[in-house]
Design a protein around this ligand. Structure first.
Ligand code: BES
Ligand code: ZN
Length: 458
């Protein structure tokens, strides 16, 4: 077969492929909110029906949380395991969306057409790039390029609680794939495709400080009673020093400098620190002093408070001295930082900062280490060249500030290396209002997978 026939078929089928993606985007599969449990099941069933229509032996697999979708098809080597996630982030603040997040539409923008809707970039649009490449392959060639196992998760955005038990219980069925393909990352820039070789780990902690046993009148008790918001604020403020370094004892154990060879590759990419910040209306890097912006987001660890609650936050004003205050705090981890050791050290540090009459409780929101992919498998160079054929500029090996827990679990549980290829852009609005995925990302993403499958199997 000629690769051109396959690529032409993908071009011709783009309108139908977009329609299918829109149907999946209409299902509000928000994994973290129990109200959307049925929708998560609907999205899993939609995927099973779509895979089945291609002749994949696909099933919805229950877990203690949202179901997995598992599908098997084809034969021969290499055995590829493709992973994506069908769950999405919550949509709030809803009033900042220009339209219903689950009523997707194709919109014209100065940068071309985009698919607007929750999950378009993270990760439904991305996972469908691979499914659509398979559909075109099946239509043009009539048989599958090699043995492919599909694994779609429904809890990636909420810490993947069922993933490890599922992988352990189903390791035999998943077989011994040669390589995992994960489509949940981005391009380096509009014209430069990328294989992501480093992901940061993540540790999530919720801290609740309790002072008085109930909310008090701040006139009657203010001054005499300790305010838990004051305590919490002091704790949060103390987590960074004046150089932007994190003060949790032992936090930097396991953080090392990036090898010079990788640093040189990154420097050659010509990342524009100023433009990156200017795109979100900022101008001054806020990380550790002496580090480049690329290091701050790809290779240095962070501590961020993601939300704070306490006291009266509604309309108007209330002179209350609250009983409780809480914060959700996440740490992005790199190198061989140990998430559990950091959790313990963080909890000890917070506990030691408590003034008299205050207590603290902690809620665990998951912990996973950073992962670094080995690029020794020749498949990496083959895929890099295939991507280079599709996009205007040569493909790069890059880092990523995000976390995708499955990459680490594939390695630990299945002994499997992952190749992370995705087509998202920095301005896609992941986890934000008005999320979008460029039609160009979707279209060239499908074409990229077709080229990669062709190159890996010929
Ligand atoms: N697709 C993202 C990860 C990502 C973000 C990769 C940006 C590359 C660039 C993924 O769905 C995600 O958001 N993961 C969460 C993980 C968490 C909830 C355990 C993250 O990174 O916050
Ligand atoms: Zn994602």
């Amino acid at each position: 077969m000629s690769l051109d026939t396959l690529l032409n078929r993908i071009d011709d089928d783009l309108p139908e492929a977009l329609e299918r993606l829109m149907a999946l985007l209409r299902i509000p599969s928000i994994s973290t909110d129990p109200e959307y449990k049925k929708d998560c099941l609907d999205a899993a069933e939609w995927l099973v029906a779509d895979l089945s229509s291609l002749g994949v032996d696909a099933e919805v697999r229950p877990t203690t949380g949202h179901p997995m979708v598992v599908g098997h098809v084809g034969e021969g080597s290499p055995h590829l395991l493709f992973y994506g996630h069908y769950d999405v982030q919550p949509v709030d603040p809803l009033d900042l969306w220009d339209r219903d997040p689950f009523d997707p539409e194709i919109q014209d923008t100065p940068n071309g057409k985009v698919i607007r809707g929750r999950g378009s970039a993270d990760d439904k649009g991305q996972l469908m790039t691979f499914v659509e490449a398979c559909r075109a392959w099946k239509a043009v060639i009539g048989k599958w390029p090699c043995k492919i196992t599909f694994l779609f998760e429904g809890e990636e955005e909420s810490g993947s609680p069922s993933l490890v038990p599922f992988l352990e219980a189903n390791a035999e069925e998943l077989g011994q794939p040669d390589l995992a393909l994960i489509c949940d990352t981005g391009l380096f820039d509009r014209d430069t495709p990328a294989i992501t070789t480093m992901l940061r780990g993540l540790l999530g902690e919720e801290v609740t400080i309790t002072g008085p046993e109930m909310d008090l009148h701040s006139g009657m008790y203010g001054g005499a009673a300790m305010n838990p918001i004051r305590v919490l604020s002091r704790i949060i403020a103390s987590l960074h020093d004046d150089d932007g370094r994190i003060t949790v004892p032992g936090f930097y154990d396991g953080v090392s400098e990036i090898p010079a060879e990788i640093m040189d590759q990154w420097t050659a990419l010509g990342f524009d620190d100023k433009a990156f910040l200017a795109d979100v209306d900022l101008h001054t890097p806020a990380g550790e002093s002496g580090r480049s912006v690329l290091e701050m987001v790809w290779s240095r660890p962070t501590c961020e408070t993601n939300g704070i609650t306490g006291g009266y936050t509604g309309e108007g004003f209330k002179t209350v001295l609250p009983s409780k205050a809480s914060a959700k705090i996440s740490f992005r981890l790199v190198g061989s930082q140990d998430p559990l050791a950091i959790r313990e050290s963080f909890r000890k540090m917070v506990t030691e900062m408590l003034p008299p009459d205050c207590t603290v409780s902690f809620k665990d929101h998951g912990a996973g280490p950073a992962s670094v992919m080995s690029t020794e498998d020749p498949a990496f160079e083959i895929a890099r060249l295939a991507l280079t054929d599709e996009w205007p500029k040569p493909a790069a090996f890059i880092g990523s500030g995000g976390s995708i827990p499955i990459a680490g679990h594939f390695k630990e549980i299945l002994g499997l290396d992952s190749m992370l290829i995705g087509f998202g852009l920095d301005d896609d609005g992941l986890h934000s209002p008005n999320e979008k995925y460029d039609v160009r990302s979707f279209h060239k993403g499908i074409r990229s997978w077709a080229r990669i499958l062709d190159a890996l199997t010929s």
